[in-house]
Each structure stands twice: as C-alpha cells, then as structure tokens.
Design a protein around this ligand. Structure first.
Ligand code: CTP
Length: 128
C-alpha cells in the first residue's frame, strides 16, 4: 500500500487542483491531504481564503482521487504527519520546487508541473 501526501488551500477548487490530485493519486494507492485551515492560510501564508475550511473539506472529500483529509495548522507539522500516516511519497506542485527537499530523509519527495493559466489568485483577481 503506497501512501501519497500533499498540502494546500484548495480554495475556489479549480482544474489545476483536480489535475494535481489526479497525478498525485496515480503515484500510489491512497492520497492524503493536509488542508490548510483558514487561520493558518491567513497568518502563515498571508492568503485570505474565500471558501471556509469546512466547505473546502467537503469539496475535496467528494473528489474521487482523495482518500483522507486532515487540517494543516502550521508549517512544522509535516514530519510528524509523514510518520503518523506512514507516508511513502510527498507531492507538491513545482511552484514549491526545492522547498521541501528536507523531507527526503523521511519519504520520497516529488514536484509535479503546475497546470498553466489557472490559480486561485487568478480567479480572485477576476472576481474583484
Ligand atoms: N496547483 C497546480 N496547478 C495550478 C494551481 C495549483 O498544480 N494551476 C497545485 C499547487 O502547486 C499545489 C496544489 O495545487 O501543489 C494546491 O495549490 P493551492 O495553493 O491551493 O492553489 P493555487 O491555485 O496555487 O492558489 P494560490 O493562487 O492562492 O497560490
């Protein structure tokens, strides 16, 4: 059983998210997501989420590629999560390339190419 893990806000769920989750899920048997809480997103990443955590959770849970979702409260929980959930592969989009290489002593680390021309920031800008 190969377990894959990724993190993110997944706010205003869009096709870039879907493709990232599909490709991440194909790397293993189960896909775990650390979903940033509204507070962590705001204080830790300076991003105000439009859709509240419980609704982002519900949307993600309905995605066929996702096995389990847990809250991401801060930057420093990743090693503990990898150990707790017995994670084999850590995946992020390549906007994060290199940033999580320190996890390589705990599991495999893979950066996937982002889908071009779509992001939550882009959607927020249009809505404004
Ligand atoms: N992602 C992707 N392709 C996109 C947008 C996001 O592969 N076009 C990936 C990110 O690299 C990340 C995951 O989806 O691994 C969750 O990204 P998130 O930050 O929640 O979404 P963004 O659209 O990047 O949000 P923002 O614009 O606020 O940074």
């Amino acid at each position: 059983m190969i377990r894959v893990l990724t993190y993110g806000n997944f706010d205003l769920f869009h096709v870039g998210h879907v493709r990232l989750l599909e490709r991440a899920s194909l790397l293993g048997d189960e896909l775990y997501i650390g979903l940033s809480t509204d507070e962590f997103s705001f204080k830790g990443k300076s991003k105000e989420t439009i859709i509240p955590y419980n609704q982002r959770y519900e949307v993600l849970k309905s995605c066929r590629y996702v096995t389990e979702i847990f809250p991401e409260f801060h930057w420093n929980q990743k090693i503990r999560d990898i150990q707790y959930y017995n994670i084999d592969i850590f995946v992020m989009g390549d906007d994060w390339r290199g940033k999580f290489d320190f996890l390589k002593e705990h599991c495999e680390v893979i950066y996937l190419s982002r889908t071009p021309d779509i992001s939550t920031t882009y959607l927020k800008d249009i809505l404004k």
